[in-house]
Ligand binder design. Structure first.
Ligand code: CAA
Length: 258
């Protein structure tokens, strides 16, 4: 499929979706978010893909929702047509791991979209911020909810109320991102990370993702019971048989297709 606002590549079992509106710092508009949903769902269903990377350009993951597109919206347009809700959250339904790779600006809705990824790898030039207050609105895609969970209430309030951007080092220190690489190397390194995950049994990767996401929805005791069900059910599966046999036989496991 041809996309107007995305670039797509595949590297073995890793699919790379690149947000691509270079003239607008990858500002997220309706078409891009519709296309993103199609691309994500397509790869989620593709047996040839185990891991998805979502990224932007060297300059910007995304500088937020498209301000030019939304400047004239009224309540009928936003509430009536479920702005954001209608097409920004398809990523939350994706069962395979989605790694966000962030270079440059990652602001507003861009930061919110990044936080919907399973984990984030940052280039050393990444800048994260929630400057919505400066354009007269609250964040609308989860910024007030996911940011405090990711980096603490105090840091989140600081960013949301003052519009202060944090750099990659502060983002890593506060837990927003898991790793930092030099900008010139970040995609190559992220691909290595993704390819490592892609060699694991995709079924187990999906189950781990599901369990971790439940940690935000369930009390601890329920979450642990939820995890235990997957653990018990894993015994007897081809992934468990191959993984444990390979360990005992001192060889590399072959999980292809499991
Ligand atoms: N929407 C639309 N266009 C945007 C944009 C956005 N969010 N961010 C940048 N652009 C456009 C600029 O208008 C500019 O276009 P022109 O060349 O046609 O003038 C182009 O991208 C390049 O931007 P700048 O000239 O501003 O580049 P800069 O290097 O001087 O600054 C920046 C970069 C700091 C990212 C600055 O562009 C900026 O502050 N952008 C807006 C950030 C923002 O407020 N984001 C939050 C949006 S609201 C939101 O996201 C709601 C939500 O929660 C869902």
């Amino acid at each position: 499929m041809e996309y107007a606002d995305l670039l797509i590549e595949t590297h073995g079992k890793v699919a790379v979706i690149r947000l691509n509106r270079p003239k607008a710092m990858n500002a997220l508009n309706d078409n891009m978010m519709n296309e993103l949903g199609v691309a994500l769902r397509g790869f989620d269903q593709d047996p040839g893909v185990n891991v998805i990377i979502l990224t932007g350009s060297d300059k910007a993951f995304a500088a937020g929702a498209d301000i030019a597109a939304m400047a004239n919206y009224d309540y009928r347009e936003t509430y009536g047509n479920d702005y954001i809700g209608r097409n920004w959250e398809h990523i939350l339904d994706i069962r395979k791991p989605v790694i966000g790779v962030v270079s440059g600006y990652c602001l507003g809705g861009g930061c919110e979209l990044a936080m919907m990824c399973d984990f984030l790898i940052a280039a050393d030039n990444a800048k994260f911020g929630q400057p919505e207050i400066k354009v007269g609105v609250t964040p609308g895609a989860g910024g007030t909810q996911r940011l405090p969970r990711a980096i603490s209430k105090s840091k989140a309030m600081d960013m949301l109320l003052t519009t202060r951007m944090i750099d990659a080092v502060e983002a890593e220190r506060t837990g927003l991102v898991s790793r930092i690489y030099p900008a010139a190397e970040v995609m190559a390194e992220a691909l290595k990370v993704a390819q490592g995950i892609a060699e694991m049994p995709v079924s187990v990767a999906m189950q781990i993702k599901d369990c971790v996401n439940q940690a935000y929805q369930m009390p601890l005791s329920e979450g642990v019971r939820y995890e235990r069900r997957y653990f018990h059910a894993g015994f007897g599966t081809p992934a468990q048989k191959e993984g444990m046999a390979a360990f005992l036989e001192k060889r590399k496991p072959e999980f292809d297709g499991l």
